[in-house]
Design a binder for this molecule. Structure first.
Ligand code: MN
Length: 128
């Protein structure tokens, strides 16, 4: 899905650089939000095809940002993959309960991330 618009919501610069470069090399168009509030605002404006959402972020965390997106009918359908450093029992459930489609644990396996992204972009194509 070259050219697909992906919103990356992440507050750590090192992670932003790594993920953005990798995604750009796979020919996605990447925009970056640096906190949860920005992520919700940019999703409302840009309607990305997929969102990568860090969970631990300032202003508004990723879980609240996911809930806000799912509560807005104009953007509620956009697939969201949660990114979290926490590997505590119950975290996956928290992300999924908030409305994330899927979940990937940091440090992110870049190949696994691309596979997940492609899976959800394909599903979107088939259902819209
Ligand atoms: Mn973070």
């Amino acid at each position: 899905h070259a050219g697909a618009n992906v919103l990356l919501a992440e507050d750590r610069e090192a992670n932003i650089v790594t993920l953005r470069d990798y995604l750009k090399n796979h020919r996605y168009n990447v925009t970056v939000a640096r906190n949860g509030l920005q992520a919700v605002e940019m999703t409302r404006i840009q309607h990305p095809q997929l969102i990568l959402m860090d969970i631990q972020m300032p202003e508004m965390d990723g879980l609240d940002a996911i809930r806000a997106i799912r509560a807005d009918k104009n953007i509620a359908h956009i697939p969201i993959i949660a990114l979290t450093a926490l590997a505590m029992p119950g975290d996956r459930e928290k992300c999924l309960q908030a409305g994330a489609n899927d979940y990937i644990t940091k440090p992110v396996s870049l190949r696994q991330l691309i596979e997940l992204i492609e899976t959800y972009l394909t599903e979107v194509q088939h259902t819209h």
